[in-house]
Design a protein around this ligand. Structure first.
Ligand SMILES: [Fe+2]
Ligand SMILES: [Fe+2]
Length: 335
């Protein structure tokens, strides 16, 4: 999962020197030509900063995204469900690692970006601040949250920055498995007892609107999208992606015999799109500001996991130091 169009506030162009202007023009020409920008290539500072923020926020979202679902691993209803959920949660951890590695190619350290998450300075996707109350939530997350992530991430496979684009190719393949396992849980519940179907409907009711918020603020309010679009980091606007998601998902809900919780949802024959009601942007702002149902709990759990892992980092460093010293000794004796 999950970039969220948490657009960069400080990616504002600074005045450039003549040399930088020329480099900048050459850079833009390469981007326009669909060439990939690689770590050692010259890039505008604002491009680098925008990518560091976007990729690190994306990595944080993967890692925090493990928490709501990890919560259900011990309570999965069968061995098969447990194995699939375990694999999915491990995939999300792997996505976080590829993305932290991609961010490091831009000159930031892992420690720095992790510290920004733990100190509450960095954002992650708002969706993970909602609780997973029943098993049906695991189905709804796979179907809707991973489904929304796929909409967002498929265009990122063509992002101008090579390491990010390549990481996204593998991530998208795994996300599509996540989406299917979630939808299959929803299919099973919807075809089950009245009580199971009610659980599935309740999960859809609670996850639908927060999933629409995952695409970020409406285009009119979205800052700095212009630069991201010009640099070919972003290929579609927030509203375009949200519409694609709604168009793809409403028929899937109907196939399950479920109803998205929006009385204004209606198919518009003329445009071929599903029209939907107003999103509660105040709720979105509150969740991003740290006041969602689970924000504090998510950070508390992450901080504890980081502190509990300190001995692993210390042991790895001590081992690396021991190997370095042994190698230096061996080289000295050989000389
Ligand atoms: Fe993921
Ligand atoms: Fe996923």
């Amino acid at each position: 999962m999950y970039t969220q169009a948490l657009n960069a506030r400080d990616a504002v162009a600074q005045p450039l020197s003549a040399e930088e202007t020329a480099k900048s023009a050459a850079f833009q020409a390469r981007v326009d030509d669909e060439q990939r920008i690689e770590p050692n290539d010259w890039m505008p500072e604002a491009y680098r900063r925008t990518l560091v923020r976007q990729i690190s926020q994306h990595a944080h979202s993967e890692i925090v995204g493990m928490l709501p679902e990890g919560n259900w691993i011990t309570r999965a209803p069968s061995l098969k469900r447990k194995a699939a959920l375990l694999a999915k949660v491990q995939d999300e951890g792997g996505h976080g690692l590829y993305l932290y590695a991609a961010a490091e190619t831009l000159g930031v350290s892992r420690e720095e970006v992790v510290d920004q998450l733990l100190s509450g300075k960095a954002k992650y996707s708002s969706i993970f601040n909602y609780p997973t109350l029943t098993w049906a939530d695991i189905g709804a997350i796979g179907w809707l949250v991973d489904g929304a992530a796929i909409m967002n991430q498929i265009p990122l496979c063509r992002c101008s920055y090579g390491p990010y684009a390549r990481a996204m190719i593998r991530i998208c393949k795994e996300e599509s498995f996540h989406q299917r396992q979630g939808y299959e849980i929803m299919l099973t519940l919807s075809a089950g007892t009245a009580e199971q179907k009610a659980l599935a409907q309740d999960a859809l009711n609670r996850w639908w609107w927060p999933c629409l918020m995952m695409f970020g603020p409406p285009d009119g309010e979205s800052q700095h999208s212009d630069a991201s679009t010009r640099w070919k980091i972003k290929r579609f606007s927030n509203d375009q992606l949200r519409q694609k998601f709604v168009d793809a998902t409403v028929p899937q809900a109907h196939f399950l015999g479920l109803t998205p919780p929006d009385p204004e949802l209606a198919f518009d024959e003329a445009s071929g799109h599903w029209r939907f009601g107003e999103i509660d942007w105040e709720e979105f702002r509150q969740v991003l500001a740290g006041n969602g149902p689970c924000n504090r709990d998510r950070l508390r759990v992450r901080r504890k996991a980081h502190a509990d892992g300190a001995w692993v980092r210390e042991a790895a460093l001590a081992f690396a130091e021991k190997r370095r010293a042994r190698k230096a000794d061996a080289e000295k004796q050989a000389a």
